[in-house]
Design a binder for this molecule. Structure first.
Ligand code: EPZ
Length: 442
């Protein structure tokens, strides 16, 4: 269950060595659970990680009358939407907390109930995270969107009809919004400038299993022919490539050797290229990928985060620690989120040499170039990190802080680690398995 203590004391300097397993991707599983709402019969989802984001979605589904029980194998869920009903906004608010997932309930609930409600969704430490694309898309399907004091109420008096959408930016969430709405809308929907992340493709696999008709063309165009009804699915979730990349970054920064069971090459091609350029080594196996530090100096690199198949924004924070060990100057240009370097302050406190800039460094001008956002980092190495008391700012920044403390000389106390269990299943047990030296407080 959830993390007992919220503080961890780490004595750094030990290489992480051993084997851990990664399960289904947080960024697919949570959407697959929502997709079950569209089915007229129950769904079974396998390889569901035991993380708090899954518990949030489970709570939201149960608040809407969906029965969620253990499935046909450990780590699987049976999702029965037969008795779906409207939920009281207070229930939605209570379950949603800071999660952004309620926005994706809109399409399925409008189809099933003709109405939907979402509480005001905050941003998080990595950016404003507006939902303007989502609302624009739902209006185009024919939804009536009403702003209310405590959130947004939606209805579809004339049903939802297929439409043409071109996203200003290949947003993952907005693409999922279109998919979850178009599959049962009347007629054809054409989506241009779509996100094509592996998690999107796996969601499309699920929807097609349910009876949907979805064509993925070249050049980010997706066509969906709406159908009258969908059935429940049975699906094993795609592995979590963000968690796999995080443990790989930990292996490299701690001079370690970690076998990540469940990791696959195809979804991590871009990460593996950069990992090798920095000086890391990996072996591809049928049941996972071994990541290790082969010895020798690490090399600086220029990383520009981007939408798939570019270097994923969620990979940069964990990998930055290894870049503080590299011999030379690395650059990370963050082009997906405008405020994703909040985690750097603590690293500088620990002795890293990192400067943050507003300019688009190391690559191509991006959306944030002229908008006064600190979205490029210059990392000079090698530097030796020294233990300190630091606080976790966000999910991936939190994992990065764990790695920093594991590589640092001396002892660090990392607080607010509960955030990390939002996206990393049993990370405390995994640290123990890999030989980390730490105590969990509280
Ligand atoms: C998903 O977020 C992931 N979260 C993120 O992972 C991931 O970083 C992101 O996709 C990009 O790959 C989940 O799947 C739960 P977006 P999402 O819509 O869907 C702007 C993690 O650590 N935008 O592709 O919210 C937005 O502000 C998380 O696991 C608008 O401007 O990402 C951002 O700058 C962090 N208006 C950019 O697009 C909108 O209406 C990308 O956002 C929607 C998005």
């Amino acid at each position: 269950m959830g993390l007992v203590g919220d503080k961890i004391t780490i004595r750094g300097g030990r290489p992480l060595i051993g084997r851990i397993e990664v399960k289904g991707a947080k960024n697919l599983v949570t959407k697959a659970m929502v997709a079950a709402l569209l089915g007229e019969t129950p769904s079974i989802l396998r390889d569901v990680p035991n993380i708090s984001d899954v518990r949030i979605v489970r709570g939201l589904l149960e608040a809407h009358g969906v029965k969620v029980t253990e499935g046909d194998e450990p780590g699987s869920l049976l999702l029965d939407p037969v008795d779906v009903e409207s939920a009281h906004y207070a229930d939605i608010d209570a379950h949603a907390g800071s999660s952004r997932i309620p926005i994706l309930f809109c399409g399925p609930l409008l189809h099933r109930l003709g109405e939907a409600f979402i509480p005001d969704l905050g941003g998080c430490r990595i950016g404003d995270r507006p939902i303007d694309y989502h609302l624009e898309v739902l209006r185009k399907f024919g939804a009536v969107v009403e702003k209310q004091p405590n959130g947004i109420r939606m209805s579809a008096p004339n049903g939802l009809k297929g439409t043409k959408v071109e996203l200003p930016y290949p947003s993952v969430g907005a693409t999922e919004q279109v998919l979850l709405t178009a599959v049962r809308a009347e007629g054809i929907t054409e989506l241009k400038n779509a996100a094509i992340e592996p998690e999107i493709m796996d969601l499309i696999n699920i929807l097609q299993k349910m009876g949907a008709i979805i064509t993925v063309d070249t050049d980010r165009v997706i066509r969906i022919e709406g159908v009258d009804s969908l059935q429940g699915y049975q699906h094993r979730a795609l592995f979590d490539r963000n968690e796999a990349a995080s443990w790989a970054a930990a292996a490299l920064a701690t001079d370690g050797d970690i076998f990540v069971g469940g990791a696959k090459q195809a979804e991590m091609l871009t990460f593996l290229n950069v990992f090798r350029k920095v000086g890391g080594a990996f072996d591809i196996h049928d049941d996972g990928i071994r990541f290790y530090h082969p010895g020798g100096d690490l090399k600086p690199v220029i990383i520009e985060t981007d939408v798939h198949p570019g270097f994923m924004t969620d990979w940069q924070q964990p990998l930055v620690i290894a870049l503080t060990h590299a011999h030379g100057v690395s650059i990370v240009h963050e082009t997906v989120y405008e405020q994703r370097f909040g985690f750097v302050d603590a690293l500088v406190e620990m002795g890293a040499t990192i400067q943050i800039h507003r300019e688009c460094l190391g690559g191509h001008p991006c959306r944030f170039g002229q908008r006064n956002f600190n979205h490029s980092a210059v990392i000079a190495g090698p530097t030796k990190l020294v233990g300190a008391d630091i606080e976790v700012p966000d999910l991936r920044g939190g994992f990065s802080h764990l790695i920093a403390a594991l590589t640092a000389e001396g002892t660090s106390t990392v607080s607010n680690v509960g955030i990390i269990s939002r996206g990393y299943e049993n990370f405390i047990t995994k640290l123990r398995l890999l030989g980390a030296d730490f105590d969990l407080e509280g």
